[in-house]
Design a protein around this ligand. Structure first.
Ligand code: SF4
Length: 477
């Protein structure tokens, strides 16, 4: 077999539901008319010169010579404002500013829309005029000091940059006995996936069968896995005498203790490669291990104060994957997902058991840069939730905070179109991950895990710059 570099095929899948224009270019018609008059006299009615404008996108030169700018074409480059400051004004459109909610900024929604439509990396111009730092992942930067290294030039480089990650339990050490084969402490259960991204379970009220099918289909094309709470639905199908439905191999069934108390269909769980159990303080996951000893066992842990201790206990109990879930805004009480991840990762390292277990992080991962940042904080891979719905153009109908309180309204979509949008989104994120890894001089995303030394946080920089300097109170100033 010849060598083949992992590549995700993209195909344009433009928005089916209208998106608001981002920019609102406006001309002062009185001043524009005055300028046209002056130019007409100066250039002796030379139409070509008089009607030429500095906008290469035809926004400000097309329809009626700039009196009615073509808003949908404006990219916000601000050249017209620089050249005609008294005539042109470019703002964000009002409809655009209404996109999203308090966590999903208009910029985040439109970026996901662009990535899902084209599969390309968004290029942002105009310079950055936003705040220097923010909350959560926005207070963290990656060390790009290797950006000029010629042999690791990202997507088109001569060196291959691997984004493959392992899911499951690794053997901590080998125990040799008199038998010819080594006996291990815990058996190794590992699966490889080509991108460090899973698709997470979504609340039933914000999905429909179409969306669930789109997620299953896209994850199959990407060779990754999706988590879904469908056991009950399958159970109903079995009970009503239907034949066994085909079980997608990349489906991770999400099982709760109430599923275990009911009549759970064991033959279905026996086929799964990975099973996820919703942690509730009990030991139901042990029952799942008995049902299917070959499957990789994941436990979904809502983040709280004792997360590190729970993570260590479950790792010692032989759980293969710890799925740490923040809410849809990346928060767990007063803490952000990145801080909890760092605490759990550090605690497991101190206990000497970090390498045995896989950590999946989810909640608030809404931008391509959040993937390497979560991995830097100690995750092996991430799981996406509301990002999938935004890529599928679900409508915001309120705040999107948690599984129980999610203000997204699903739309009826075509499966082919939706699956292509998710594939495009992942192609764009995969390329951006490679670009970041290349700029950090890394050839393997697995090397990035917990490499906090290759990142900077606002809190650390502030401490470095101002630590030890006494704060001057306002009364002394
Ligand atoms: S901001 Fe740029 S694209 Fe928009 S009207 Fe002005 S010159 Fe044209």
């Amino acid at each position: 077999m010849s060598y083949k570099r992992f590549h995700i095929e993209t195909d344009p899948a433009p928005a089916k539901f209208p998106m608001p224009y981002k920019f609102n270019p406006r001309s002062n018609r009185f001043r524009l008319a005055k300028m046209l008059l002056q130019e007409s006299l100066h250039y002796r009615l030379n139409k070509e010169v008089i009607l030429s404008r500095p906008c290469i996108y035809g926004v400000f030169s097309g329809r009626f010579g700039g009196f009615m700018p073509i808003k949908e074409k404006c990219v916000g480059c601000m050249r017209c404002v620089q050249e005609y400051p008294n005539i042109m004004k470019v703002d964000y459109s009002e409809e655009y500013l209404k996109l999203g909610d308090s966590y999903w900024t208009p910029e985040a929604v439109s970026t996901i829309g662009y990535e899902a439509s084209t599969g390309k990396i968004p290029v942002k111009g105009m310079g950055y005029k936003g705040p220097f730092t923010g909350e959560g992942f926005d207070s963290m930067w990656t060390d790009m000091s290797e950006i000029v290294r010629p042999t690791r030039d990202g997507l088109y480089g001569r060196e291959f940059i691997s984004t493959v990650v392992d899911m499951g339990r690794k053997v901590p050490y080998l125990q040799f006995t008199r038998h010819p084969s080594p006996i291990t402490h815990h058996p190794s259960r590992i699966l490889e996936i080509p991108i460090p991204i899973l698709f997470d379970a979504l609340p039933e009220k914000v999905t429909n069968d179409g969306i669930q099918f789109v997620i299953a289909s896209a994850s199959q094309r990407l060779n990754t896995y999706f988590i879904a709470r469908k056991v009950e639905q399958l159970q109903r199908a079995f009970d009503s005498g239907m034949s066994t439905p085909p079980v997608p191999e990349n489906w991770i069934p999400l099982v709760s203790s109430s599923d275990l108390e009911g009549t759970i269909h064991e033959s279905f769980l026996k086929k799964a490669r990975i099973i996820e159990y919703e942690y509730d303080g009990g030991e139901g996951y042990k029952f799942l291990r008995e049902i299917n000893p070959q499957a990789i066992l994941s436990v979904r842990i809502p983040l709280g104060e004792d997360t590190e201790k729970i993570a260590a206990t479950l790792t010692r109990e032989g759980v293969d994957i710890l799925h740490l879930c923040a809410n849809y805004q990346g928060r767990a009480g007063s803490m952000h997902l990145k801080d909890v991840l760092l605490n759990v990762h550090t605690h497991l390292v101190e206990e000497g058991i970090r390498d045995e277990v896989t950590i999946v992080a989810s909640g608030g991962i809404i931008s391509a840069e959040h993937v390497p940042k979560a991995i830097l904080c100690g995750a092996d891979l991430v799981a996406l939730d509301t990002t999938l719905l935004v890529a599928l153009q679900s409508e915001f109908a309120g705040e999107c905070i948690s599984h129980e309180d999610c203000g997204l309204r699903p739309r009826k979509i075509e499966v082919r179109w939706g699956a292509q949008r998710l594939v495009n989104l992942m192609a764009s994120w995969h390329n951006q991950l490679i670009e970041i890894l290349s700029a950090m001089g890394m050839r393997d995303v697995r090397r990035l895990r917990g490499e906090v030394g290759r990142s900077m946080t606002y809190e650390e920089l502030e401490e470095e710059a101002f630590g030890g300097i006494e704060k001057v109170s306002s009364s002394k100033q």
